[in-house]
Ligand binder design. Sequence first.
Ligand SMILES: N[C@@H](CCC(=O)N[C@@H](CS)C(=O)NCC(=O)O)C(=O)O
Length: 407
Amino acid sequence: MTEMYQLDVASAATSASLEKTHPGGKYVRKASEFMHFVGTDRFPAEAGRYHLYVSMACPWAAGVLSALYLKGLEKVISVSVVHPTWQRTRPDDPNDKHNGWVFRNPGDAPLSNALGFGKFDCDDACVPDPVFGAETLRDVYEAGGAKLFKFSTPLLLDKKTKTIVNNESSQLLRMFNSAFNDFAEHPEVDLFPEAQEAALESFNDFIYPDINDGVYKCGFAKSQEAYEEAMVALFAALDRVEAHLATSRYLTDAPQGLTWIDLRLYHTLVRFDPVYHTYFHTNLKRIEADYPNLLGFVRDVWQTFEGVRRATNIKHFVEHYYSSHPVLNTYAIVPMSRGPDLTVPHGRAPNVDAPTTLQGHDAADTTVVTTASAKDVQLPRGSLGAATPGSAAGDAVPQADVGAGAA
Ligand SMILES: N[C@@H](CCC(=O)N[C@@H](CS)C(=O)NCC(=O)O)C(=O)O
C-alpha cells in the first residue's frame, strides 16, 4: 500500500507529466465528452427512459439533483448515487492506477481510501446501478460508449439504447428545467428565467471560473504561483458576491427567487468551510466568520428549498474529499467540523414575490435581519444531514450519524 503511494507521488511530480496535466502548475478541468440533448429524435423526452448517476459529494451533480427534485422529476428520471470514497477501478491491473467512483449497497462493508486508510460506511444514500449492475462508474461509461478517460458525475444515460446522453452539469440543468415538462410535477418551476438571462450569464462569467471551478484551481494547483493566482481571483469574486447579496436576496431578481446560478453558487458555498477552506487551502476567509451575506444566502437556500436541502449531503461531501485523494490526504483523516449550522434562521430580507412551488415556505417566516452565528444559537443539529433520494422531506440523517469518519 505504502509503496503504491510512493510510486504515485513520484510519477505525479515529474515536470513532464506536470506540464501535460497542469501547465504552469495550473489545474485545468477536462471538457465533458457527451453533450446530447433530450427532446431530439435520437433522445425523445419520455418518462422512465433516462437514468441519472450522481455523487452527492460533487457540487456539479448536487446542482443537477437539486433541479431534479425542484422540478418534481423523481418518477420520471431514476437516480443512482455512488459511494463518496474513490476506489481503484481496476485493482487487478498494477499498471492501471485510476481511482474513481464506485457503487455500493447500503449496509455493505465500509470502504477505505485507495491506500487502505480510513473507514467510510455504505449508508442509506448509496444507490447501486440498476442498468448494468456495474461496480464502478467507469464501467458505466465504458458500456455507454465513452472514448475519453474521464468518468465524472453527473451522467445521464438512456436506458433504452444504453448510451450516454450527457455528462455536463450546465446542460443537464437546462435540460431538466424544460425538456421533461410534460411529465414534471412542477413544470412551472423555472430556473432559467428568460428575462434574467443576461444577468445570469454575467454572474456565471466570473462565478464559474473564479468560485465554482476556482476552489478546485486552488486545491489542485501544483505550483505556488498557480495557487496564489486562483486564490486572488476566488476571494475577489466572493467579496463581489458578498457585496451584491447585501441588497439582493438571491443573485438576480427572478420572480421565483432561485435560479441555476444561485444553485451553483450555493453548492460551492455549502462546501466551503467544511471542505475547501482546509482541504483546498482557501483559507483567507471563512463563510461563517467573514461573509454574513453569503452565510445568510446558504442558510436561506437550504431552509427555503426542500429540493436543494435533499441534495445537500454534508456527510458525503466531507467524507469524499478527505478520503479520495491519497496524495493530498494520505491517512484519510476527516476534520471534525461540518461547517456552519444551517438550521440557524437565515435572516435574509424577502425581496421576491409571493411563494411559488419553488419557495418551500413563505419568506416572511424568516424575519431575522442580522445573521446569528451558529455558536450563538444552539439549535438541534439533527436536521443537518441529507435525505436519501426518494425519501420524504425532512427525513434527515441525525447529526450523531455523520460524525467524522463515521463508520
Ligand atoms: N464539467 C463537469 C465536471 C464534473 C466533474 O468534474 N465531476 C467530478 C466530481 S465533483 C468527478 O466526477 N470527477 C471524477 C473524474 O473526473 O474522474 C460538469 O460540470 O458536469
